[in-house]
Write a protein that binds this ligand. Structure first.
Ligand SMILES: CC(=O)N[C@H]1[C@@H](OP(=O)(O)OP(=O)(O)OC[C@H]2O[C@@H](n3ccc(=O)[nH]c3=O)[C@H](O)[C@@H]2O)O[C@H](CO)[C@@H](O)[C@@H]1O
Ligand SMILES: O=P([O-])([O-])O[C@@H]1[C@@H](O)[C@H](O)[C@@H](O)[C@H](O)[C@@H]1O
Length: 422
C-alpha cells in the first residue's frame, strides 16, 4: 500500500523528552518503519519547525519524511498550531500531485483536520480514506487539567468532528474506546491497536549504566506537571522513614541541555519540592536523553515509576518491561492494560504518594520479587507489544477500510478549515 502518515507537531525525527515531543513521535516513527518493513511505501508529513530542515528525508527503504511549510519555520507550541492546518493540508495535497495514497493515517486531532481536508482537496471521485489515531483526547485532558489546559477552545468540537468524520479510528486501549464513544464516535468504526516497543533497541539483556547508590528509582518522560513526578519526590521521605535511605531518584526528560533544564519551570518546581522535603540529595535530573542511551538507564533501575494523573497509553512502562525492570504504575488509562498488577509490577491509586512509597518499599526490599516481575514484564512486552505486531494490526484496520470501500467522511457538512478564523 501507499500510506501517508500525518503528524503535525510530532516529527519522527525530532529529539525526545521536550514538552511537546514524546510518545507520539516514537509511535509515528516506529509504526511507519514497521509498515515500511512489511513492504509498504510510507510517507510521513510533519510541519517544518526549522528553516534548516531538508524538504524530504529518505529515512530508509520505503520510508520518507516530508517537512511541509505550514506556519513559521520555527518551534511553535502545539496548542498554537491550529491556524496552520489548512496550509499543512495544501502541502500534503501538493506532494501527492495527483498520485493519491491508498490511505492517510492522521496522528493527533489537528493532523486529522489536515488529513480530511487534504483528502477532500485532492478532488478525486473517491476521497482518500482517513484513519485517525488521537494519542491524547482534549475531553480527558480538560477533565484532569481544567483551566491549565492550553488547548485552543475549538478543540472541544473539532476533535469529536474529526473522530466522527474519519473513516476509521484506531484506539490504543479499551479505556480510550470508552472515551471515544462518549464523544459520539460510532463503535463500529473503532479498532484497537496498542502502542509498541522497539525490541531491538530495548533487548531483554544489555549493560546497565553504573549507579552510585544502593537503589535507583527511575522516572522517564516529558517534564510536565501531569506526569506526576512530584508524587515520586513526595514518596522519598516516606521511603527514607521506612529505612530506605540510600536511594536515588533519577528523572529523565526536560527541555534539552543542562542550561535549559536549569530554566525549565517544571524542573525548578521539582527541585524546590525536593529541597522543601529535605530529599534534594536523593534526586538527580538528567534532562533529555537520546534514544540509544535509554536501555542502559532502564536496566540500571530497581523500579520504574509512572504515576501520571491520566495516561492515554504510556510507552515508558513497555520500555521498562522490555528491559526486565518492574513498573510501579498509577492505575489509569493504558497503564491498567500494560502493567499487570502483582505480575509485571504494582498498581497504585493515582495521586497517592503514601501508596507509592509502600509499593516501592515492597519492591526495594525484595530482589527476587523484582527479578520475577522483570522477567514476566519482558515476556509480556515481547509476546504482545512488538511494533511488527502492531503494524500488522494497523494494516488490518487499513484493509477493512479499503475493503468496505469506505470513505464515508459523512459529517454534518461542516468545513472547519475553510475561510476559518479558528
Ligand atoms: C499525556 C499523553 O498524551 N501521553 C501519551 C503520549 O505520549 P507521551 O509523550 O506523554 O509519553 P510516552 O510515555 O508514551 O513516551 C515518551 C517517550 O519518549 C522517550 N523519551 C523521553 C524522554 C527522554 O529524554 N528521552 C526519551 O527517549 C521515552 O523513552 C518514551 O519512548 O502519546 C503516546 C503515544 O500514543 C501515549 O503512549 C501516551 O499515553
Ligand atoms: O496532550 P499533551 O500531553 O499536551 O500532548 C502530547 C504531545 O505534546 C506529545 O508530543 C505527544 O507525544 C502526545 O501524544 C500528546 O499529544
Amino acid at each position: 500500500m501507499k500510506i501517508s502518515m500525518v503528524s503535525e507537531h510530532a516529527s519522527p525525527l525530532a529529539a525526545l523528552g521536550g514538552v511537546d515531543a514524546g510518545g507520539q513521535n516514537v509511535h509515528v516513527a516506529a509504526l511507519s518503519s514497521a509498515l515500511a518493513d512489511r513492504g509498504h511505501q510510507v510517507t510521513v508529513y510533519t510541519r517544518r519547525d526549522d528553516p534548516g530542515l531538508p524538504a524530504r528525508v529518505q529515512v530508509g527503504p520505503g520510508l520518507t519524511v516530508v517537512n511541509v511549510d505550514a506556519g513559521p519555520a520555527r518551534r511553535v507550541p502545539k496548542d498554537e498550531l491550529l491556524p496552520f492546518m489548512g496550509e499543512l493540508a495544501d502541502g500534503i495535497c501538493a506532494d501527492w500531485a495527483g498520485q493519491l495514497p491508498d490511505v492517510v493515517h492522521a496522528h493527533f486531532w489537528m493532523s486529522g483536520l489536515a488529513a480530511i481536508q487534504a483528502s477532500r482537496r485532492a478532488g478525486a471521485a473517491d476521497p482518500v480514506p482517513v484513519v485517525q489515531t488521537f494519542h491524547a483526547l482534549g475531553s480527558v485532558k480538560r477533565r484532569h487539567q481544567g483551566a491549565a489546559d492550553t488547548s485552543p477552545p475549538a478543540r472541544e468540537w473539532l476533535e469529536p468532528w474529526v473522530g466522527r468524520t474519519a473513516d476509521w479510528v484506531i484506539a490504543t486501549c479499551p479505556d480510550e474506546v470508552f472515551e471515544l464513544k462518549a464523544l459520539g464516535i460510532s463503535r463500529s468504526k473503532i479498532s484497537i491497536a496498542p502502542c509498541g516497543v522497539d525490541l531491538n533497541l530495548f533487548p531483554g539483556t544489555s549493560d546497565a549504566e553504573p549507579r552510585s547508590r544502593t537503589h535507583r528509582i527511575l522516572s522517564v518522560g516529558r517534564l510536565v506537571q501531569r506526569k506526576g513526578v512530584d508524587l515520586i519526590i513526595r514518596a522519598l521521605p516516606l521511603l527514607a522513614e521506612a529505612g530506605f535511605n540510600d536511594v536515588e531518584l533519577l528523572i529523565v526528560g526536560g527541555s534539552g541541555d543542562a542550561l535549559n533544564l536549569e530554566e525549565d519551570p517544571e524542573a525548578q518546581r521539582l527541585r524546590s519540592l525536593a529541597k522543601e522535603l529535605g530529599v534534594e540529595d536523593m534526586v538527580t535530573m538528567r534532562g533529555q536523553v537520546p534514544r540509544d542511551s535509554m536501555p542502559g538507564i532502564f536496566r540500571s533501575a530497581d523500579a520504574v515509576v509512572c504515576t501520571p494523573w491520566y495516561e492515554p497509553f504510556g510507552i515508558v512502562p513497555l520500555e521498562a518491561m522490555a528491559c526486565g525492570v518492574p513498573v510501579v504504575a498509577a492505575a489509569v488509562g493504558g497503564l491498567r492494560e500494560t502493567v499487570v498488577d502483582q505480575k509485571t509490577g504494582l498498581h497504585v491509586p493515582p495521586r497517592d504518594p503514601e501508596a507509592l512509597a509502600e509499593a516501592l518499599a515492597k519492591l526495594l526490599a525484595d530482589p527476587e520479587l523484582r527479578a520475577d516481575m522483570g522477567r514476566a514484564g519482558s515476556r509480556r512486552a515481547r509476546s504482545r507489544y512488538s511494533w511488527e505486531r502492531i503494524a500488522a494490526d494497523t494494516e488490518k484496520a487499513y484493509r477493512s477500510v479499503l475493503a468496505a470501500g469506505l470513505s464515508r467522511q459523512a459529517d454534518e457538512g461542516l468545513e472547519p478549515l475553510e475561510g476559518t478564523a479558528l
